[in-house]
Design a binder for this molecule. Structure first.
Ligand SMILES: [Zn+2]
Length: 284
């Protein structure tokens, strides 16, 4: 299907999606320091410091794309491409006490519907980094995510360790997943997350070519180790802070603890005054 042949139902979803995206910009505004995922000792400056709307409110999207930022050759001007980063974003910047919940590896019909039910109960939007093979088998769940305003990101087709793959295979993993997301969700994804948080330069470059920004996380619930619902809830509660991105999983194993934990920590976050939402991208 070409972009000019989007059926009316998908246009409705797109409106819902855009309406659900709140005024949160991707982290990376000047002066933001964060820690690289998987390296708890070494603080680094996040890449691409000029992409935040707050930093340069006067720039139009077409202008900010022309800023020389990351040192990977000449600026790219193709409208669908994004800046090539050297590190993934680890947090979001927004107004006030904003947090983002992300769920990886799905969708899984055993768990994802329960997570969606809880999010709907509290009228909260979240991000789902889906695997293409899961999305292809559960297109109805991606359609529901679109209808309910959630953001779907690309988590590769089969969840490989990208750092061990050829450029051709990485491209296949990413491109095929974006294709199936477009078919089932109605929009191509604008966010990408590498399996295991293992990015390399090729993944950053191909992600940018496919119009996606790399998003990692701030707080890892380690829910995939099934540490107990209470532990997951505590990890989210202890890690809660403005701009925090929380990593959980809705597939890849028994995720019943993740489902139960969300029912507990989501109302706690909201009661604490957090605005749980999804990051906004700057569309060309
Ligand atoms: Zn994953």
């Amino acid at each position: 299907m070409t972009k000019d042949q989007v059926p009316p139902r998908l246009l409705t979803r797109r409106r819902a999606l855009l309406a659900g995206a709140a005024a949160v910009t991707a982290a990376g505004t000047a002066g933001v320091f964060a820690k690289v995922a998987g390296d708890t000792d070494k603080p680094v400056r996040t890449a691409a410091p000029a992409a935040g709307a707050q930093a340069r409110p006067a720039l139009k999207p077409s202008s900010y794309r022309l800023q020389p930022l990351t040192g990977y050759g000449p600026p790219r001007v193709a409208p669908r491409r994004t800046l090539i980063r050297r590190e993934p974003l680890l947090s979001v910047s927004g107004r006030g006490r904003t947090m983002v919940l992300t769920f990886d590896d799905g969708p899984d019909p055993r768990y994802t519907p329960h997570i969606l039910d809880t999010l709907r109960e509290y009228d909260v939007r979240a991000m789902f980094f889906v695997c293409g093979e899961m999305a292809a088998a559960n297109g109805d769940l991606l359609a529901r995510m679109a209808d309910e305003g959630h953001v779907v990101g690309n988590h590769t087709w089969s969840h490989p360790l990208l750092t061990r793959l050829s450029t051709r295979r990485i491209r296949e993993e990413m491109e095929r997943t974006s294709d199936v997301i477009e078919d089932t969700y109605g929009e191509r994804p604008v966010w990408f997350r590498a399996p295991y948080g293992a990015w390399n330069r090729t993944a950053f470059r191909l992600g940018a070519e496919l119009g996606m920004d790399p998003l990692a996380w701030t707080v890892d619930t380690l829910d995939w180790t099934a540490p107990g619902t209470r532990t997951i809830v505590d990890r989210v509660g202890n890690g809660a802070a403005p701009g925090v991105v929380v990593l959980s999983h809705d597939a890849g194993g028994d995720r019943s603890q993740s489902v139960r934990a969300l029912r507990a920590y989501l109302p706690q976050l909201l009661d604490s005054g957090y605005f749980v939402t999804v990051p906004e991208r700057h569309y060309a």
